[in-house]
Ligand binder design. Sequence first.
Ligand code: FAD
Ligand code: NAD
Length: 448
Amino acid sequence: MNEHFDLIVLGAGSGGLSAAQRGARLGARVALFDPDVLGGTCVNRGCVPKKAMWFAAQIADMHRLGREIGFDAAPLRLDWARFRALRDQYIAGIRHRYATRLDLAGIRVIEEAARLVSNDTVVTAKGMQASAPHIVIATGARPRLLDIPGFELGIVSDQIFALDAPPQHVAVIGGGYVAVEFACVLNGLGCQVDLLVRENLLTGFDLELVEALAVQMQAHGIRIVRNTQIKSARGQPGKVTLDATDGTEHGVYDSVLWAVGRVPNSEGFGLEALGVERDEHGHVLVDAYQNTNVPGLYAVGDVTDRKALTPVAVAAGRALADRLIGNHPGVTFDDSAIPSVVFSEPPLGAVGLTEQQARARYGNAVNVHTGRYTPLLWMVAGRSEQSVVKLVSVGEARKVVGIHVLGPGSDELLQGFAVAMQKGLDWHDLKTAIAIHPTAAEELLLLH
Ligand SMILES: Cc1cc2nc3c(=O)[nH]c(=O)nc-3n(C[C@H](O)[C@H](O)[C@H](O)COP(=O)(O)OP(=O)(O)OC[C@H]3O[C@@H](n4cnc5c(N)ncnc54)[C@H](O)[C@@H]3O)c2cc1C
Ligand SMILES: NC(=O)c1ccc[n+]([C@@H]2O[C@H](COP(=O)([O-])OP(=O)(O)OC[C@H]3O[C@@H](n4cnc5c(N)ncnc54)[C@H](O)[C@@H]3O)[C@@H](O)[C@H]2O)c1
């Protein structure tokens, strides 16, 4: 039997849930398909468990700092099993709340993968068939696996949350968000970490701040090896050696984390046969309104080539439902200034253009205001590591086009500045604003 809906959504992650919920709120009959647990990557294998681990690492770091300023406590040791149980219980609670909300909204949740058989119909392995004039593809992405000998001796980010015990000596391979975050978190929790990077760290972030972060990571004991391409892994689980193309070997490690990017989930469920266009990496191509090239099919979130961030997937899902169900034809979302934070130690945040990008676009019209400072408590402890803030502005009016922050508190302080920048901020506004003292945020107001 074919069931009819107004909106079908494939994937119950950040993008799919937001499209489904907004659609239902606007009166649509919605079917939501997902073979896995509710919440997708962010809730179950990404932002949420990662941030919980980051908080745990922060506590350990604070404790070390506390000892430096005179507390007499013994070094902290995390009860990994207890922490993991508490973290997972919290995540189970989120999933439970999602299930309740979906139920209350009248959304039909089908715990199966959907396969497209036409641009308005999907089927499942158990034989359900559903049709709707609008189908949203929100199937996300998965960790990239490498076709190299011994790859299976390591793990990817999905598996790190299920470890029974922390690694002792871990190699993290990659230089992106996931690699840097886990290198710092595991280091904070007491693991010895080697970060093996093919090229550069955090491509796309401001070079000066990335270098300052690398200095601090190394000061915390992380060994960073750049320009290293790992070609194979050998040994046995728990005792792994890595070989690089330049003949060097690294290890022995009890754990290896491959953090070498992500691959969109865009194959094997009918997109190919329907002629849905994808780029060379497999991302579904969409226009500014999330339309694919096939009428009635739309895509949001990590399966597309937009920034792979939860708030971006959520904004895209909501805007799409407003347009299709709420009948607001022009609705899209403003992706001109998307802030993001790498939850490293210390955190690194950015919104808008880097200095390098601004110079490429605006040439000599670019002004750069950089400030370096040592956070107050670090000074008290006698530490000398520096935080860095950078403002990139353009022209006589000094319109702010980029804000970059590295240091404790960066993760929380960036949001307000990002809103101001999106609404039109110039450097003079910051010079005339009254600061909150003493804070990290005020450093952005003190720039010359
Ligand atoms: C380790 C890690 C940490 C991260 N930290 C952050 C962070 O701090 N901040 C941030 O903003 N972003 C972070 N991200 C990125 C964020 O998790 C993603 O951008 C976000 O989850 C994307 O949402 P999505 O809906 O596109 O996809 P997903 O959340 O991946 O959801 C896709 C869903 O589709 C389902 N699916 C797949 N195929 C089918 C099918 N055929 N039919 C039906 N369902 C299907 C999957 O089971 C899955 O549940 C992190 C990612 C990782 C990996
Ligand atoms: N805090 C956050 O907001 C957050 C956290 C994690 C992930 N994310 C999102 O998820 C996305 C994916 O993150 P990611 O770290 O998986 O990918 P990424 O694209 O950020 O980084 C991938 C890294 O792997 C390296 N790499 C690729 N192939 C390789 C190979 N064969 N050998 C060695 N190195 C290789 C790349 O050079 C790069 O350094 C991010 O772009 C981000 O949008 C966000």
